[in-house]
Design a protein. Structure first.
Length: 234
């Protein structure tokens, strides 16, 4: 069954009809050119997502890893609950770190508000190497309500799917459970080795809503700023 041919992004932009008070002809011309690129970006994101979904079956998970959650021990297979897909975000809060990573904390703060929506479709958990008591203390401090936190006490999962050296680095992995078989589906593999000059290593699309917002502003992300764990009261 064929697909409907897409209209030219330039034509869609040219006929979008949006205008704002007192905008100049130069502004509208540049904005329409940008809109065409934004349409192409949207289409490229859709193509990449389709290519991701079409990946061949990944490797079988080698063991039923053991974790500790808020309610005690749990197995890797138990993290799926009644879902067939599991997303695991491994964040930077190892036992030698006094405080959790501000970047990871910022991302998780945003995800806490989305967790109930996400879990209508898949299972979503946060994983770190610190004891569960430390993870829950930060959860209480930050006022998170919906994120499910787990401690990878022995580090076996972390070494297999995040860092073979058990380094304190972030990771995002997706797993599937089909016909009783649990397989790795996809992992974010964009890091320092894939970064472009002058840019921080990051995936695409970016997982952090913070950067999505700032990318739409004249200031952009900035080159010398990162989220903080605390800010002075306004």
């Amino acid at each position: 069954m064929g697909t409907t041919p897409l209209k030219s992004a330039i034509d869609l932009a040219r006929h979008n009809g949006v205008r704002f008070p007192n905008e100049s002809a130069d502004y509208r011309h540049a904005r329409d050119a940008l809109l065409a690129e934004e349409i192409e970006l949207r289409r490229h994101i859709e193509r990449v997502a389709a290519q991701r979904r079409a990946l061949p079956a990944g490797g079988t998970v080698p063991q039923d890893y053991a974790f500790v959650g808020e309610n005690g021990p749990v197995s890797f297979s138990g993290l799926f609950g009644d879902k067939q897909t599991l997303a695991v975000y491994s964040y930077m809060y190892g036992p030698k770190r006094a405080r959790p990573c501000p970047m990871c904390t910022s991302l998780m703060a945003a995800w806490d508000g989305e967790a109930l929506d996400v879990e209508q479709h898949i299972a979503l958990v946060m994983m770190a190497r610190s004891p569960i008591e430390r993870l829950l203390a930060v959860k209480k401090e930050r006022g998170w309500h919906h994120l499910r936190l787990y401690s990878d006490v022995d580090g076996n999962f972390t070494r297999d799917y995040v860092s073979a050296d058990d380094a304190d680095v972030p990771g995002f992995n997706v797993f599937t459970r089909r016909d009783g078989c649990i397989r790795h589906f996809w992992s974010g593999e964009m890091g320092g080795g894939t970064a472009d000059p002058g840019q921080d290593p990051r995936g695409a699309p970016d997982l952090m809503p913070l950067w999505t917002i700032l990318d739409n502003t004249p200031e952009g992300r900035g080159g010398d700023w990162y989220p903080s764990l605390s800010y002075a009261t306004r």
